[in-house]
Design a binder for this molecule. Structure first.
Ligand SMILES: Cc1cc2nc3c(=O)[nH]c(=O)nc-3n(C[C@H](O)[C@H](O)[C@H](O)COP(=O)(O)OP(=O)(O)OC[C@H]3O[C@@H](n4cnc5c(N)ncnc54)[C@H](O)[C@@H]3O)c2cc1C
Length: 530
């Protein structure tokens, strides 16, 4: 193995001495990675690696559910229309068609594994979330993600051709003349070269780059950064969706209060106890998340920064304790009781639309490198994600990745005996909390050019000021955070308009004319606006 520049090159012998071989390596054990793994041809030797425990991934944390057009009054066309409307004119329509029309099959896939979602004698209970014109969210109480993640993990563990390796950290992706040929991981304190015919990046999003996030801090886009270093095109980094109803616990942790609460009738109140959302948007509390988040900030500004409240009192204790078990218990531990208290809330970074640009089968521009789930940018969400479309995205595109690999497995490549390949350059280690604070202040719900520029300059200066080479998971992640912050800030500066979850005070309107120009500029820099 040969590394182009410094850091990994210095580890050459270590890497060669500890190399392993698989047909397919899937990085990420969330809904996307595990769905892909389970559908790969059972003759393939597969490794599914993840850096942490199952409970840390976003899949496990998902509360509300999965959007699928299966209700008696629903149609795929309605799901398409809602996704396109919320995506604000820049969704990739073919991707939206794939997502929505393969939704029922994705649900069937889970049911075939043994899932039994919340239902009554008439069938599945479907809830509504913001931006949906129908009740179409399939759920398991308010811990749908945990339910799905545990089910998928139990199946992965029982599948003999899949090695599941937790605490195995992707450091970099390896490439040779023919494309991707494996990856370098940190495992049990050592760097190991995992050689493979195909690598699938399913490492989730990068909301953990923000100080205030509903994601685990470890959701910081490692896979996107590694793919970028391997030459993959990165798209849509500026689109970070903030969830309006996040609660801060006594210990300072950010905990999501699912949108299904508003779907079931919970209201947003200002400090005077009045509902205000209908003065900002005709859909009131069920307006798209970006609209609700901005309205909340504006309303909080009018009342001197006092927090906005979520009021679910009228739904009653018995119902709340049953339907919203997880949320009720967490709030109760923090001395808030939903049947009697108004809960203080504020927006937090929640879902990242940007990532590794792929086609409709999860293929990137680097041969044999795939991506799926939140790490991928299929264009399906446009400028804003329709609520509960992402668990669905993980299954639909995870399945497609598996189908594409099964059909096109590059068998000859595995036998070539080649070990020479290249890795990217992971950079030097800097304090990660500083870059998180910069992003939170400059690239939050509301942005403006001068703040974005100053933050970008700071990130570049920091990157250029040498500190120390990284040598553990934390420091690799910190390097990735600086790399992604730079891409995010660049993309946010290049998009001189406001659209969906990217809102700029200095460009408050949509700018259809300039869009083409941005696309050209960003392709040159390997990041694109789709
Ligand atoms: C609180 C919360 C609630 C949500 N609610 C919903 C909802 O109701 N409906 C909905 O549709 N969506 C919801 N979402 C979004 C949805 O959960 C995610 O978009 C989706 O689960 C992402 O799945 P994924 O498989 O792409 O990534 P993840 O589930 O985040 O999994 C990423 C995996 O990659 C691994 N990984 C990351 N970096 C590395 C590395 N360097 N080396 C090795 N492994 C690595 C992680 O360990 C993990 O196993 C919610 C998200 C959050 C945070």
């Amino acid at each position: 193995m040969r590394s182009e520049r410094g850091y990994l090159a210095s580890k050459h012998n270590e890497l060669i001495n500890a190399s392993k071989e698989y047909d397919v390596i899937i990085v990420g054990a969330g809904i996307a990675g595990m769905s892909a793994a389970l559908l790969l041809d059972s003759r393939l030797k597969v490794a599914i690696v993840s850096k942490g425990q199952l409970a840390e991934c976003s899949t496990y944390k998902a509360q509300g559910g999965m959007a699928v057009a299966v209700g008696p009054d629903d149609k795929v066309e309605e799901h398409i229309a809602d996704t396109l409307r919320v995506g604000q004119g820049i969704c990739r329509e073919e991707a939206v068609k794939v997502l929505t029309s393969e939704g029922p099959e994705a649900l069937e896939f889970l049911i075939s594994l043994g899932a039994s979602f919340s239902h009554n004698e008439k069938g599945l209970l479907l809830t509504r979330e913001a931006g949906h014109s129908r009740n179409r969210v399939v759920h398991y109480y308010d811990y749908t993600g945990k339910y799905m993640a545990e089910l998928l993990a139990s199946k992965v563990n029982a599948t003999t051709n899949i090695d599941r390796l937790d605490s195995c950290y992707l450091v970099d992706i390896a490439t040779d003349q023919e494309g991707c040929c494996g990856c370098v991981v940190a495992l049990a304190g050592k760097l190991v070269y995992f050689r493979s015919a195909v690598v699938v990046v399913a490492t989730g999003g990068y909301s953990g780059l923000y100080v205030r996030s509903t994601n685990a801090i470890s959701s910081n886009g490692d896979g996107v950064a590694a793919a970028y270093r391997a030459g993959a095109v990165i798209a849509d980094m500026e689109f970070v969706q903030f969830h309006p109803t996040a609660f801060t616990t006594k210990s300072g942790r950010v905990f999501l209060l699912t949108e299904a609460l508003r779907g079931e009738g919970a209201m947003l109140l200002n400090a005077a106890g009045q509902r205000f959302m209908s003065t900002y948007h005709p859909a009131g509390e069920l307006a798209p998340r970006d609209e609700v988040s901005r309205a909340m900030l504006q309303e909080a500004g009018k009342q001197g920064g006092k927090p906005i409240g979520l009021d679910a009192r009228h739904l009653g204790k018995e119902y709340l304790m049953d339907r919203f078990r997880q949320v009720y218990a967490e709030l109760a531990q923090n001395n808030y009781f939903m049947e009697q208290d108004i809960i203080p809330i504020a927006p937090a970074a929640h879902y990242t639309i940007g990532g590794i640009k792929t086609d409709l089968w999860g293929k990137t521009n680097v041969a044999c490198l795939y991506a799926c789930g939140e790490a991928a940018a299929t264009g399906v969400h446009g400028a804003n994600r329709l609520a509960s479309n992402s668990l669905l995205e993980g299954i639909v595109f995870g399945r497609r990745v598996a189908a594409s690999i099964n059909d096109n497995f590059p068998a000859k490549r595995m036998n070539s005996g080649q070990l020479a390949c290249t890795t990217g350059e992971i950079g030097n280690y800097h304090d990660v909390s500083a870059v998180r604070t910069k992003l939170e202040l400059a690239a939050g719900v509301v942005r403006q050019g001068k703040d974005l520029e100053a933050a970008l300059q700071w990130v570049r200066d920091s990157k250029n000021s040498s500190v120390i080479p990284p040598d553990d998971m934390q420091s690799y992640s910190a390097c990735n955070a600086y790399q992604l912050a730079e891409l995010l800030l660049e993309a946010a500066l290049l998009r001189t308009e406001s659209r969906g979850c990217h809102y700029r005070l200095d460009f408050p309107e949509k700018n259809e004319q300039d869009l083409q120009k941005h696309i050209l500029q960003q392709w040159g820099r390997k990041t694109v606006i789709q």
